[in-house]
Design a protein around this ligand. Structure first.
Ligand SMILES: Cc1cc2nc3c(=O)[nH]c(=O)nc-3n(C[C@H](O)[C@H](O)[C@H](O)COP(=O)(O)OP(=O)(O)OC[C@H]3O[C@@H](n4cnc5c(N)ncnc54)[C@H](O)[C@@H]3O)c2cc1C
Length: 419
């Protein structure tokens, strides 16, 4: 059966963003997923947070996130326009993020964060307690300091996924609610021919994009040298709704309360998303009582009024993690097989840039510079004597200029991948 010009395995936010970009390029697109939009993208809070997610050792990932964030406004405008709704319907909010401290330890942690942000040249300003109260009157009276990160935004991933599906339908793309049983690869030619579905149907396509999130490494038929080193990292998250009392916030509020990291993401309709746990738990997606206890305890330590909200939903999702926490994007050594996976904690943030980068590869155009260090090649370095997998091309190798004492560049460009 003809699977079109591009066949996308996985209809989460990443696969759908790739599919939409491909359809916009005039390509015939098929997406295959037994439950589109119900993977990690269903659980995700939707923070677009390259700054408050930044780690000193992950500067190129931060740069990738910043580049994708810059694409979000036009991505949202274009998507909304295509399906005839207002961009606000996608829940894109640019109110910024407050990273708060409620005791002396937190304050010291904030100082450490500030050093990292300064090192990476990232914008964050100290926000005195009185100003925090003006910005967010519901913050705890114990508040002792905060950083204001204007540039970290949020979007509603469920609405984006829904909009992407509508946009694909309008462009005549097909979304098949089936599972891919295996990739069909001609080993002699080193070429991907298409996929076989769980009902035995063989779909043929010139290009297959593997965007199956945490499941990406498990798809049968995937040649070993193309297997992305992706594993599931469990995250539990809560959705709360106003009860008798609302607890309206404008900003995303983040903090670490005696070691428990928590974020509160307010939506326009009064919903508050409180997340999230991080656990290496294999394929387990049980929702545990202890996660509710820990998340609500930490959230109410920051914003006591959260206790008045109604617990509406508790879900677990599997983040597609890689050894260096960065995505795997672009062509593989097998002709016609492309990867769009491994987005770990940042798949929503990185969806616009991933769509552009992966579709460039499908069309045989150069990968945008900013994404070129994120190919599969970085994990397989024949030149390494110990033979271990490492970010050889350097997606996560800190640029040499990111050392204390040297001026921080304001925009970091990852090193190009090895030839
Ligand atoms: C609790 C939580 C909070 C998060 N918060 C944020 C956040 O605030 N900001 C952010 O940027 N990111 C966040 N993330 C990360 C983000 O959710 C992921 O990076 C992103 O959703 C990955 O998208 P995806 O499309 O690759 O994967 P998924 O959404 O998991 O989609 C993969 C799809 O592949 C399908 N699939 C699997 N196997 C097959 C097969 N054999 N055949 C066909 N289809 C298949 C699945 O059914 C699934 O729909 C969060 C994640 C979690 C769990």
């Amino acid at each position: 059966v003809n699977g079109g010009d591009v066949l996308v395995v996985g209809g989460g936010i990443v696969g759908l963003a790739v599919a939409w970009r491909a359809a916009q390029e005039g390509l015939a697109v098929t997406v295959v997923d037994p439950a589109p939009g119900r993977g990690a993208s269903w659980a995700a809070a939707g923070m677009l947070a390259p700054v408050t997610e930044a780690r000193a050792a992950e500067a190129p990932l931060t740069a990738l996130g910043l580049a994708s964030l810059r694409r979000w406004p036009s991505f949202a405008d274009e998507l909304a326009d295509e399906i005839g709704v207002e961009p606000a319907c996608l829940g894109l909010r640019r109110d910024g993020t407050l990273q708060v401290a409620v005791d002396e330890d937190d304050l010291r942690a904030l100082d450490d964060l500030r050093v990292v942000y300064d090192l990476l040249g990232l914008p964050a300003e100290p926000c005195p307690v009185r100003r925090c109260r003006q910005l967010e009157p519901l913050l705890t009276p114990r508040l002792c300091g905060a950083l204001l990160v204007d540039g970290d935004w949020q979007v509603d991933p469920r609405r984006v996924v829904d909009a992407l599906r509508q946009a694909l339908a309008r462009r005549g793309a097909t979304v098949l609610t089936r599972a891919v049983r295996r990739l069909d690869v001609d080993d002699a030619l080193d070429r991907c021919l298409g996929v076989t579905l769980d009902d035995g149907t063989m779909l043929r396509s010139a290009s297959v994009v593997l965007a199956a999130g945490a499941w990406s490494a498990t798809v049968a038929g995937l040649p070993e040298h193309c297997r992305p080193p992706v594993r599931p990292v469990k995250g539990e998250i809560l959705r709360l709704r106003p009860g008798r009392y609302p607890a309206a916030l404008r900003h995303v509020v983040r903090g670490s309360v005696r070691g428990t990291a928590v974020y509160l993401v307010p939506r326009d309709d009064g919903e508050l998303v409180v997340g999230a746990t991080m656990e290496e738990a294999g394929w387990d997606t049980d929702v545990r009582a202890v996660a509710v206890r820990d998340l609500l305890w930490a959230a109410t330590e920051l914003v006591p009024a959260v206790g008045e909200l109604v617990l509406h939903e508790h879900v677990a999702g599997l983040r597609p993690a890689t050894p260096d926490n960065a995505p795997v994007l672009g062509p593989t050594p097998v002709v016609g097989l492309h990867l769009a996976t491994g987005h770990h904690r940042n798949g929503v943030l990185l969806a616009p840039l991933t769509g552009d980068a992966v579709v460039a590869g499908v069309l045989g155009r150069p990968t945008p510079d900013i994404a070129s260090g994120f190919s599969l090649g970085r994990f397989a370095s024949p030149s390494r004597e110990d033979g271990s997998m490492s970010p050889a091309g350097g997606a996560q190798r800190a640029p040499a200029d990111l050392v204390p004492g040297r001026p921080a560049p304001c925009c970091l460009t990852p090193k190009r991948s090895r030839p």
